[in-house]
Design a protein around this ligand. Structure first.
Ligand code: ADP
Ligand code: MG
Length: 379
């Protein structure tokens, strides 16, 4: 069942991204929500091209005049508010799915502040109607398994768990506590993790919706749990003897704003924030190390990177989607997200992206924010 959407084209023979990159870093801007439009929120993010994103930050000078700082960033792909999940999928996870079908390992991350669109990207909004990357990937996996004769005996298994405060909980097994261990070969195993076989997109969505329910019911607190934990969906292809013939992770990361929450009133919140900070820093370093001939990758610095260890070695492919909000009030978090993503891609190749286009900040004279934007907000 493919939701009436056309299938993506068949697998390409080359294993890596078209330009040979193992890491791609993309940005997705979400539209202003209806509530934000009603509040008169202004939109401070523009996407002048498919590779560029600009944030207009309003600043006050010493003499109290206003000026605008234009922060410009370049990425492999920049998706504006008009981009659909299908379009995002095609340029982000699709090459990873092909790599997985060729027997490789791949990992796709959704990074960003709470409310920036991570879950919309991964799970979709009303998933059966507007599917996200999970369902689109599985749709293509089933379609291609059925057409590739060499792959006809492969089965698809999923597991779904979360990492909260450095601890693992199985979302497909009543939030059972799980433990990750390294064996003698330094391979990380998650003991007792439940793997569920799926045979269609709808059975995947059913499994995920069970898991998501566990996730939201799991705990109560000031912030929703989804902003405080990482959710990891693993898709495995297995051969007749249960041997793994391809593996892919989708990671819906904890809200990145929590990493800077050092002023939280209670101890639990501060601890959560510190843990998230640690894991996001370790993640950045581990992804960066994929592209360097680095002998030491700091897997052990967080549970997240330890569990994903396999993703940072060998011929793994990684894609990070940095989700951002268009809102004026979110400017600081948006800039933090873009700077984080910029750092992830920074060491790649000859010091930058395609021809070394560097992100930069340009001061410009005072102007009305709402005039310079292409989007519907702010006027
Ligand atoms: P996060 O998971 O990062 O906290 P969500 O995915 O829950 O954020 O998105 C917050 C809100 O914005 C939701 O109501 C969601 O439906 C909406 N939203 C996010 N991205 C988009 C998009 N690209 N198009 C339309 N609505 C979006
Ligand atoms: Mg979410």
């Amino acid at each position: 069942y493919n939701y009436g959407l056309p299938l993506s084209s068949p697998p390409s023979p080359n294993k890596k991204q078209p330009d040979g990159q193992r890491i791609s870093v993309c940005v997705r801007k979400r539209p202003l929500t209806h509530a934000e439009c009603r509040r008169g929120e202004s939109d401070v993010v523009t996407t002048p091209s498919g590779e560029c994103v600009t944030v207009h930050e309003s600043k006050e000078a010493v003499d109290l005049t206003q000026y605008i700082l234009q922060h410009r960033f370049y990425f492999d792909h920049v998706f504006g508010e008009e981009s659909s999940n299908e379009e995002v999928y095609r340029k982000t996870a699709y090459p990873l799915v092909q790599h997985m079908l060729n027997g490789g390992k791949a990992t796709c991350f959704a990074y960003g502040q709470t409310g920036a669109g991570k879950t919309h990207t991964m799970l979709g909004s009303s998933p059966g109607v507007r599917p996200g990357l999970y369902a689109l990937a599985v749709r293509d996996i089933f379609a291609q398994l059925s057409t590739m004769r060499t792959h006809s005996s492969l089965l698809v298994y999923v597991s779904f768990f979360e990492i909260y405060c450095g601890q693992l909980y199985d979302l497909l097994d009543h939030r059972k506590r799980l433990f990750a261990r390294e064996d003698g070969q330094k391979v990380v195993h998650i003991a007792g993790l439940r793997h569920v076989r799926v045979d269609s997109v709808s059975s995947l969505l059913e499994v995920i919706s069970q898991g998501t329910e566990e996730r939201t019911q799991g705990m109560s607190g000031v912030n929703p749990l989804s902003s405080r934990s990482h959710a990891l969906l693993q898709i495995q292809l297995r051969g007749p003897n249960q041997q793994i013939a391809g593996r892919m992770w989708f990671v819906d990361l904890a809200g990145s704003e929590r990493a800077s929450d050092t002023k939280e009133p209670d101890r639990q919140s501060r601890m959560e924030g510190a843990e998230i900070n640690q894991s996001l820093l370790a993640l950045k370093e581990c992804i960066r190390s994929l592209d360097q001939e680095q002998s030491h990758t700091p897997f052990r610095q967080s549970k997240l990177t330890q569990v994903l260890k396999d993703s940072f070695i060998g011929d793994s492919m990684t894609c990070m989607i940095a989700n951002i909000s268009p809102c004026h009030l979110a400017t600081e978090h948006t800039l933090n997200t873009l700077r984080y993503a910029d750092r992830v891609k920074e060491l790649r190749g000859q010091g930058g992206l395609r021809g070394g286009r560097k992100s930069k900040t340009i001061p410009s004279p005072k102007r009305n924010l709402s005039n310079g934007n292409t989007s519907r907000g702010g006027s």
